[in-house]
Design a protein around this ligand. Structure first.
Ligand SMILES: C[S@@+](CC[C@H](N)C(=O)[O-])C[C@H]1O[C@@H](n2cnc3c(N)ncnc32)[C@H](O)[C@@H]1O
Length: 255
């Protein structure tokens, strides 16, 4: 289950990639009339889109009722719809921009999703996504190592997120267009202490673990993850902890 309040705790850090991606699209000076924000969550990515494309009709879709509730409260003027976006969204019509920030890694059929998105784009339309490269980060190892202390609880279960290589994502888009723009940004989040990194992860990567464990198990597991985070991320001279976060950006423009 997604927890909108915990997710929004690090709003500033989670919003910046959507601002960066929508600004890049804005710089192409296209007249985008209809935009779909897939996996819109609490509406942070939707707000960034609204800011960049003031005249466009923007629709947000997400599977989580709780996240959508928060989105509706924060931006009442936008239409937010509950949908499983791993399934076809073709009945929603066509769009000039299909945008997803930190969503793709949560669905198993990413290639099919990209293909369906291109089918739903108008000529000249844009597919845009940001994917956190979490599997490459020390924080991922901190979580995976911690599984051993409650190994019986994680038997036959996998972390929910699925990441493909940069080359795989390139090839998935290449099947639909050769106008592709890709880049990686590493954001350095300045955290007051290691516990803040743990809190950040509770909003996303640790969410599948929280769902599987009872309260007592959660405490044991979180303490172990925190110990590993303390070893992996050194304190700086001012006592703060730098938390580097790598994110992959993808843009494909339909002919
Ligand atoms: C990390 S959040 C990103 C939210 C938002 N785009 C942002 O930038 O803050 C990922 C979102 O994907 C949604 N999600 C995961 N699987 C989904 C699915 N199958 N269909 C629709 N939404 C899904 C979750 O509910 C969650 O709100």
């Amino acid at each position: 289950m997604w927890n909108a309040d915990i997710y929004n705790l690090y709003g500033k850090e989670r919003l910046q990639p959507s601002i960066d991606l929508s600004n890049r699209i804005k710089s192409s000076n296209k007249n985008l009339k209809r935009i779909l924000d897939v996996g819109c969550g609490t509406g942070m990515s939707t707000a960034a889109l609204m800011d960049s494309f003031k005249d466009a009709e923007i629709i947000g879709v997400d599977l989580s009722k709780e996240m959508l509730q928060k989105a509706k409260e924060s931006i009442p003027s936008i239409q937010f719809i509950q949908r499983d976006c791993s399934q076809s969204l073709a009945d929603m019509g066509t769009f000039d921009l299909i945008f997803s920030n930190a969503f793709l890694q949560w669905i198993p059929n990413q290639e099919e999703f990209i293909s369906n998105s291109f089918d739903m784009l108008n000529a000249g339309g844009i597919f845009a996504a940001q994917i956190p490269l979490f599997h490459e980060m020390p924080a991922n190892q901190c979580i995976l190592k911690s599984e051993s202390i409650l190994s019986d609880r994680f038997e036959n279960t996998k972390n929910n997120m699925i990441f493909h290589s940069v080359s795989d994502y390139y090839n998935m888009i290449l099947s639909h267009t050769d106008k592709i723009y890709m880049w990686i940004t590493e954001y350095y989040h300045e955290m007051c202490n290691h516990k803040k990194i743990l809190d950040f992860l509770k909003g996303t990567a640790l969410r599948p673990y929280i769902d599987r464990l009872n309260e007592e198990e959660q405490n044991i597991f979180m303490n172990e993850v925190l110990k590993n985070i303390e070893k992996a991320y050194p304190c700086q001279k001012n006592g703060k902890v730098l938390f580097p976060f790598r994110r992959l950006f993808l843009i494909g423009e339909k002919d």
